[in-house]
Ligand binder design. Structure first.
Ligand SMILES: [Fe+2]
Length: 294
């Protein structure tokens, strides 16, 4: 296996390894897992992807999430991200599918609004537009390490509230349905996720974050916005231009990402699997010792 760096001080393409190798071979998994802990973002090119292969690969890293209510693929281990409607045609720009793609274009980490956050997301390209539709990534580990030590210490002892409805309401009021809102109450997480393997901290931020526990609402949101701006400053991102056969996985503990727009009349179909974080991934230390009052 060859590790080829792709991004500004994070991210790597792995060559000479397939999804099936990782699914079937302990040594291949161990090598890929070590690269994941170190590089936060892994690119696999030229893969022969099927749903079954993607899921078998995903299961190596931990328990796969069951897709939430309101997403395409609900009740399965797959999330379908698409602008192709049930009739096989590309949906209009005001369709719910298209609006959800807009919400994905805000900087976020996946599943911070869930009661169990995500270790990693695995995304495969199935139908890709000619132009645009890239996925852009930043390292929130490097962003954390750029902050001054006093702020690092403060954040390590701070907790932020995350709510799916918050990020969706930035796109359109009511985009999160009443069922989704009921199923996804706000969650509170430490603002720094320390990787148990290498000890490095990362900002745990997302478009879903709306308040800092114990801080005035306006000041808390301003802090979240300032940290997001610093984490996504020009020159810090890796932009993945999708090609057929690409699979990209990222560490939701140590990165943020956003989708990039593409022409509204071009179809795009991506399949995501998501793996829940476990105690071994450091999730226990992320929970507040007391549930703060909202
Ligand atoms: Fe995402």
């Amino acid at each position: 296996m060859q590790i080829v760096p792709v991004g500004p001080a994070f991210g790597a393409e792995l060559r000479g390894v397939t999804l099936a190798d990782v699914a079937n071979d302990d040594a291949a998994y161990a090598e890929v897992r070590a690269a994941f802990e170190e590089h936060s973002l892994l690119v696999f090119r030229g893969q022969e992807v099927t749903d079954d292969r993607q899921l078998a690969f995903s299961r190596r890293f931990g328990p796969p999430e069951v897709t939430k209510v309101g997403s395409l693929g609900t009740g399965t281990h797959f999330i379908t991200l698409t602008t192709i409607g049930p009739d096989g045609k590309v949906v209009p720009p005001d369709h719910r599918y298209a609006m959800r793609n807009k919400a994905n274009q805000l900087w976020h980490t996946d599943s911070s609004f869930k009661s169990v956050p995500a270790l990693t997301s695995i995304l495969s390209a199935r139908i890709i537009p000619e132009n645009g539709g890239e996925t852009e990534f930043v390292s929130t580990r490097l962003a954390f390490e750029r902050l001054d030590p006093a702020l690092q210490r403060k954040l390590e002892n701070s907790f932020a509230w995350h709510d799916y409805n918050h990020s969706r309401s930035k796109i359109a009021p009511g985009l999160a349905s009443p069922e989704e809102r009921a199923a996804l109450p706000p969650q509170c997480w430490r603002m720094v996720w320390r990787n148990p393997v290498n000890g490095r901290g990362a900002l745990y931020l997302a478009s879903h974050a709306y308040a800092v526990d114990g801080m005035d609402a306006v000041a808390g949101l301003a802090l979240i916005e300032d940290l997001t701006a610093a984490a996504t400053a020009p020159g810090t991102s890796y932009v993945h231009k999708w090609e057929s056969g690409d699979v990209v996985m990222w560490d939701n503990r140590a990165t943020m990402h956003r989708g990039r727009p593409w022409p509204a009349d071009e179809p795009r179909l991506m399949i995501r699997t998501t793996v829940s974080a476990t105690d071994a991934d450091g999730v226990t230390a992320m929970r507040p010792s007391r549930q703060a009052a909202e």
